[in-house]
Design a protein. Structure first.
Length: 284
């Protein structure tokens, strides 16, 4: 008599970004079904709520979010759909930059980094605590699969360590190079790889620069020899061109999230792509 095979149940997970989706998949493997609520080719802070997203939340067992004020649309989505019974805020697993500067505003403008800079996944070292928190969240839902999750995470961390050593070696000759950011997206990336962000084109996160501020920024870039601007796909091409023309600088468009560019197909290749582009901009 043949006994039926025991098949492990699949955990349904919704994430607020493709970066978190990738990290959940790295830990969960075939024990999870994970989807991102956002499209990395669009502004993640201004996501429109669609029926598909609401269904993902209704059917999910676990929600994994960036946290802080990164997802101002999420509160509305959770009012429209019953939230998953388990909610993991990954910001609680990492050290947040910029939290010492209060930015709460009377106009309640969304995503002003009111509680600190939210782009912490752009330091690959932060994948270590984030995947640790994901492992614990998945193991609470499927205790019998803890060993599977631990093996999956160990493989991911081993590959992360290999690539991180290479990225750091490639960037070492440029340690201390001063750059300008288009949006306040890159402090974690810059800190990890030895770059110094001298200024941002935006006067405040999400606030376009005034003509006076822009003129002062360009003058300071020329005076201090800052020649590289780190931008993202959503930055104004006309504004970036004006800065490049006015300073003799070079604009490098980096990819802030997995899938934001076809080359950045997963969390690790996201950094392969961005490091290669920065090295090109720095003159390698």
């Amino acid at each position: 008599m043949l006994l039926p095979l025991l098949v492990a149940a699949t955990i349904s997970v919704a994430t607020t970004t493709t970066d978190l989706r990738d990290l959940v998949a790295a830990v969960g493997g075939d024990r999870v079904r994970v989807e991102s609520l956002t499209d990395p080719r669009r502004d993640p802070h201004a996501t429109e709520i669609h029926p598909r997203q609401l269904e993902m939340l209704r059917s999910g067992q676990l929600l994994v979010r960036i946290g802080l004020d990164h997802e101002p649309w999420l509160a509305r989505a959770l009012r429209l759909a019953p939230p998953p019974p388990n909610d993991l805020d990954c910001s609680k697993s990492v050290t947040i930059l910029g939290g010492e500067t209060p930015r709460l505003r009377a106009d309640r403008r969304p995503h002003v980094h009111a509680f600190g800079n939210t782009h912490y996944w752009l330091d690959p070292e932060n994948a270590r605590p984030i995947t640790g928190a994901i492992l614990e969240a998945l193991a609470r839902l499927a205790p019998g699969d803890r060993a599977v999750f631990e093996r999956n995470r160990a493989r991911f961390i081993a590959e992360l360590d290999t690539r991180l050593a290479r990225w750091l070696g490639q960037m070492k000759p440029y340690a201390g190079t001063r750059v300008v950011g288009a949006h306040d997206t890159w402090p974690y990336f810059a800190r990890r790889f030895g770059l110094l962000i001298a200024a941002a084109i935006e006067e405040e996160p999400g606030v376009p620069p005034s003509p006076a501020y822009l003129g002062l920024l360009m003058e300071r870039m020329k005076q201090t020899g800052v020649r590289v601007v780190l931008a993202e796909p959503g930055a104004s091409p006309a504004l970036l061109r004006r800065i490049a023309d006015g300073t003799g600088g070079r604009v490098v468009t980096l990819v802030p999230s997995v899938g934001g560019d076809p080359e950045a197909r997963d969390y690790l290749t996201l950094f392969d792509v961005n490091i290669a582009r920065v090295l090109t901009a720095l003159g390698r």
